[in-house]
Design a protein around this ligand. Structure first.
Ligand code: P6P
Length: 337
């Protein structure tokens, strides 16, 4: 009798690799990422039991106060991936510059970008947080990649994923041939395939936005949200629901499972700081956009496809409107009107 129907992530990766004629190097490269996420999951689960909550007393390149777990997660991600010989360099929300592989380790052919603990302002209040990562090819014959080597459009990604540390820990991955979700079985320490071939419902009545910024939005976004608030008596002829976790990974996972639209639009606050938005392009918007598109959704700034944008700097910020295809297209149309 087969006790366990679930296929492990490792088995699924190897089978995928074999089906696509791969060498297996990529599955091995992902192994470090998987171990990093397991370790972060364990720390998030334990929280103050192991003294990882609270402020670190420092701030990152973004000028944001760092949580202790931001720094620990960043160091965990590096420590689990730098030694294996698959990466030539890394870029993180928590580090100003590119991280180079130490001399004692071999240099590989991939670049990895990551937000080690997205939504960390939620960690002290026990709300879901996540890790986001994206894998690119390093330009040929480059052993010490520079920032310029990371400034690739999202269409160049070969893999993207997130790990959601929620009521269950889930890894969601795409390698350009669909999206699969895996749940961490903590009894055996393995991610098990539980959500094969995830698809975002094309339509939705659920929007996700930080309403406190309403006065700062541009007209198309104000018009869209007002339509939602007017419900069935308004232009859309149906009632809407709203959710805002303030952890992108949690808000996006919800729309991946049941549909929805997630917006962190361009606003006057960002303009005042000469920023393109709040969310970062290379290690937040691009990997999540890859997943959303592979699951049949759309990912736009409101004016252009996010994955078509060539980054101008490592920590570039970008407006984000993504999720159920019909709803995102409606917001894009409002920007064109
Ligand atoms: P606000 C978390 O800091 C984050 O980068 C995303 O995960 C999240 O969607 C957004 O910022 C929350 O922003 O302004 O609502 O705190």
């Amino acid at each position: 009798m087969r006790l366990y129907k679930g296929k492990s992530l490792t088995q699924h990766l190897i089978e995928n690799q074999r089906a696509n004629g791969g060498s297996g190097a990529f599955s091995a490269a992902l192994n470090g990422v998987i171990m990093a996420c397991k370790r972060i999951s364990s720390l998030v689960d334990k929280g103050e039991l192991v003294g990882v909550l609270g402020e670190a007393g420092s701030s990152n390149i973004q000028g944001e106060d760092q949580k202790l777990l931001d720094i620990i997660s960043n160091e965990t991600f590096i420590g689990q991936t730098e030694w294996a010989g698959y990466f030539a360099g890394m870029a993180s929300e928590e580090m100003e510059d590119v991280y180079h592989i130490p001399a004692e380790y071999p240099v590989g052919k991939y670049l990895i970008t990551f937000d080690p603990l997205d939504g960390s302002s939620n960690i002290d209040v026990n709300v879901s947080v996540g890790t986001i990562f994206s894998i690119l090819r390093c330009p040929e014959n480059i052993e010490r990649p520079t920032t310029a080597d990371f400034l690739q459009p999202g269409t160049k990604q070969i893999c993207a994923g997130y790990c959601l540390y929620g009521s269950a820990t889930m890894m969601v991955l795409t390698m350009g041939n669909g999206v699969n979700g895996y749940t961490l079985d903590k009894d055996i320490g393995a991610f098990i395939l539980t959500h094969p071939d995830m698809k975002i419902p094309e339509s939705t009545n659920e929007f996700s936005i930080n309403m406190s910024n309403m006065r700062h939005w541009e007209k198309p976004v104000k018009k869209y949200i007002n339509e939602c608030l007017q419900g069935k008596e308004g232009a859309r002829g149906k009632d809407f629901n709203m959710r805002w976790v303030a952890s992108m990974v949690a808000d996006v996972h919800r729309l991946l499972v049941r549909g929805g639209i997630f917006l962190y639009p361009y606003d006057a606050k960002a303009a005042a700081k000469e920023m393109g938005g709040k969310l970062r392009l290379i290690y937040e918007a691009n990997p999540i956009s890859f997943i959303v598109e592979q699951a049949g959704g759309l990912a736009s700034t409101g004016r252009e496809r996010i994955m078509d944008i060539t980054p101008s700097e490592l920590h570039q910020r970008i407006p984000v409107v993504m999720g159920s295809r019909e709803e995102v297209q409606h917001v894009i149309n409002l920007h064109r009107a």
